[in-house]
Ligand binder design. Sequence first.
Ligand SMILES: *[C@@H]1O[C@H](CO)[C@@H](O)[C@H](O)[C@H]1NC(C)=O
Ligand SMILES: *[C@@H]1O[C@H](CO)[C@@H](O)[C@H](O)[C@H]1NC(C)=O
Ligand SMILES: *[C@@H]1O[C@H](CO)[C@@H](O)[C@H](O)[C@H]1NC(C)=O
Ligand SMILES: *[C@@H]1O[C@H](CO)[C@@H](O)[C@H](O)[C@H]1NC(C)=O
Length: 369
Amino acid sequence: MAYSKKFPFLIPFLLFMLHLHESTAQIKGGYWFSASGLPASSINSTLFTHLFCAFANLDPNTNKVTISSSNAAQFSSFTQTVQQKNPSVKTLLSIGGGASNPSTFSAMASQSSSRKSFIDSSIQQARSNNFHGVDLDWEYPSSSSDMQNLGQLAREFRTSLINEGRNSGKPPLLLTAAFFHSSNYYSLDYPAKAINESFDFINVMAYDFHGPNWFPNRTAPPAGLYFQRNSGVYQVGGDQGIRSWIGAGVAAQKLALGIPYYGYAWRLVNANNNGLYAPATGSAFGGDGSMGYNQIRAFVSQNRARCVYNSTVVTDYCYAGTTWIGYDDVQSVTAKVNYCKRNGLGYFVWHVGADDNWVLSQTAYRTMG
Ligand SMILES: *[C@@H]1O[C@H](CO)[C@@H](O)[C@H](O)[C@H]1NC(C)=O
Ligand SMILES: *[C@@H]1O[C@H](CO)[C@@H](O)[C@H](O)[C@H]1NC(C)=O
Ligand SMILES: *[C@@H]1O[C@H](CO)[C@@H](O)[C@H](O)[C@H]1NC(C)=O
Ligand SMILES: *[C@@H]1O[C@H](CO)[C@@H](O)[C@H](O)[C@H]1NC(C)=O
């Protein structure tokens, strides 16, 4: 090869560039929630770089990670199933989640011996079920000792993964986590340095900012990227959270912005006052008012609801009669993924089973390019 004679540095340089390109390829993550009822074989895995299989459990007595018997078969075939359509998709076993007990994680993380049980059993479950990694969903560490112990757990986890990779001769397992939208959890700082050094990337849960059960009196964007000043509601947005994580020292390419495939429905006081921050009286349908994107689309077509995109805060909303639903549709997802592109971030979605014919996943995938 003429080039290698003339420019012997060129090939290593090109290989380096290739590697660099590979390691900065933007994350397109998606959670698959077994309770959604969507079979893993129906996931259009071509639209994702990483799929999270949710959830494995933390046993409070043994501090070991377990998979319920009802999930065992689906979890153990998950990787093989989703790789049929996309052989390069990476899969991670997600542990914990919003319905798990945070004090179980807190107790586990507080002692070196229980951390070891957790780490060793995570690795064992991930390997024996053919996952490429482990995803920690402790929602949420909520004391300063929890935060300190999370940092310790993260460092020990990374060390164990390196050692296990070396001993097994396999590529080391990936390590990710789902964290609060901000690096500061109600005035407690996450251990950002340990997080940046120990996790391959983190999923920033930039949603659930407003919902009818905790902000009943006004409609509001559940997952706005920006906030509107003097709106009369709590001022919070995804961009603010991402900037806090970067400011705390987590590299942008290690952050994935969370995009919810669900919204919240409020009951309006007056059907004719139907914008953002309009007077409301709590949840439209009881419960917490949450609705999957596919349910929202069905509501829109059945009720001929009006849909509005607000680019100031980046949210969609729709209304029919006195029902008002804030959520992310094609325009919000496009704007959020463009934001990720501009800032060198990845994204992830919760959860793929709530998409409507892959409309949002296709939108996100094509926007990221
Ligand atoms: C999955 O996504 C790919 C890429 O956008 C698309 O070509 C394909 O038609 C989709 N398959 C299904 C079943 O939606
Ligand atoms: C909502 O309005 C009710 C009735 O006016 C009031 O008692 C309550 O404090 C308000 N809640 C919030 C979160 O502002
Ligand atoms: C965070 O991690 C990245 C990539 O591993 C590294 O380049 C960067 O220096 C780290 N940032 C800090 C503040 O430690
Ligand atoms: C978004 O909603 C806010 C509050 O109603 C409004 O002030 C703003 O002008 C809207 N933005 C757009 C682009 O319509």
